[in-house]
Design a protein around this ligand. Structure first.
Ligand code: DI6
Ligand code: FE
Length: 389
């Protein structure tokens, strides 16, 4: 709710005027001046208009899948056995390295189309399953191509610090020096990188290693974001805040110190209930404390083969409400206004405000709460992205 405004900023009997692809007016139809009465879009009466949805954290591009591993685990196989059968993140790395750009494009396009069917206009896509300079850049080229061919805005993140590839076992420093940092430079020079991310976790990269990655990003003028406090509290959120990160993501094990650091730096807390659900975690992120401290909360799918094979932002909204106790209003802000902020796009998209791009989802619902209330139902009526004239 905007201070003093109606819940959701909802306007009954509203109208939106669009000029040159941007919102020129948004408010009560009764307040629309005569200048705007010339062209009228039909079929939207009585429906709900929201900003187009934004998925601000995905690993959409990867080779293969991990359904077999899922099946083995549910049939009682032990971790060891799965690892011996080539399971885990390493299997996704192998499959991604082996895949051509065309094959990666085809498989990711299916997942992207599922997101787009629910009114998504913007998707963040990370590298992180190639783990060589060339394979990481290959993933980001595919991400750019997805954006171009599907007419959707794609923001890319350099996540070479996602896992240590087998050939660098026990040599994280060398991996960072030989792959993560020079690859970041190459990708930035080729215009393939919009932001830099890392997985700061006991099973991935330490605070000090993450600091090296972030310092290099800063030298290159790239914004940062971080997978932090997903499985344990390493203090990643405090580090992210220190670097003025766009977002800190996951945050199940976020400490009170982490909450205040995010509040101070204005870093968005991006919550990922799909991974929490799929891993059957029991510690939820401290939503009440984040709310209390005024930390903006975004929601995203974290679509990835290992821990969140999820391609629905509407279901993500439902999970944000049922699993994390976010209000329906917070879940909608989480996939619009705050997701835009998590990508640094808050001046362009994320709300239906004059001056912003006209990217509007129109829904067949009675109230905005329905968007997070339903499970597995898609009430999208239309996605408006072009000037209506
Ligand atoms: N957090 C996760 O849960 C995954 N990556 C990450 O940063 C796991 C990725 C995988 O298992 O494929
Ligand atoms: Fe992730």
């Amino acid at each position: 709710m905007e201070p003093g405004g109606a819940p959701y900023g909802l306007v009954e009997g509203g109208a939106i005027a669009i000029e040159d692809g941007r919102i020129a007016f948004a408010g009560r139809a009764a307040d629309l001046t005569d200048d705007w009465r010339c062209v009228r879009a039909e079929g939207f009466d009585g429906r709900l208009a929201t900003p187009a949805l934004i998925d601000c954290h995905t690993h959409l591009v990867f080779g293969g899948d991990r359904a077999r591993e899922f099946e083995m685990r549910l049939n009682g196989a032990a971790y060891e056995e799965i690892a011996r059968a080539g399971g885990g993140i390493v299997s996704s790395v192998k499959a991604t390295r082996a895949a051509s750009e065309d094959a990666l494009f085809e498989s990711a396009a299916r997942r992207l189309d599922a997101l787009l069917a629910e009114g998504v206009s913007t998707v963040e896509i990370k590298s992180g399953y190639g783990l060589t300079i060339e394979d990481e850049l290959k993933m980001l080229r595919v991400a750019r191509r997805l954006g171009a061919e599907r007419g959707v805005r794609v923001r890319t993140s350099w996540l070479a610090a996602h896992a240590l590839p087998p050939e660098y076992k026990g040599r994280a420093d060398e991996y960072i020096a030989e792959v993560v940092l020079p690859g970041m430079e190459k990708g930035a020079a080729e215009g393939l990188i919009d932001a830099v991310d890392a997985f700061c976790e006991g099973i991935a990269f330490s605070i000090e290693e993450t600091r090296r990655v972030f310092s290099h990003a800063r030298r290159l003028g790239l914004p940062v974001k971080l997978h932090a406090e997903q499985l344990s509290d390493l203090g990643g959120a405090v580090l992210a805040a220190e670097f003025g990160a766009l977002s800190a993501d996951h945050l199940e094990h976020l400490s009170p110190a982490g909450v205040s650091a995010l509040a101070k730096s204005g870093t968005v807390a991006t919550l990922l209930p799909g991974a929490y659900y799929f891993l059957r975690e029991s510690v939820a992120p401290p939503v009440a404390a984040l709310r209390e401290a005024g930390v903006p909360m975004a929601l995203a799918t974290d679509c990835n083969p290992g821990t969140s094979p999820l391609t629905s932002l509407l279901l993500t909204m439902n999970m944000g409400a049922t699993l994390f106790r976010m209000t329906p209003e917070e879940t909608l802000a989480g996939v619009t206004r705050e997701a835009a902020r998590a990508l640094g796009l808050q001046d362009e998209i994320g709300t239906l405000s004059p001056g912003k791009l006209a990217e509007i989802a129109v829904w067949d619902v009675e109230s905005p709460a329905e968007l997070s209330y339903r499970i597995g139902f898609n009430p999208l009526h239309a996605l408006v992205k072009e000037p209506c004239a």
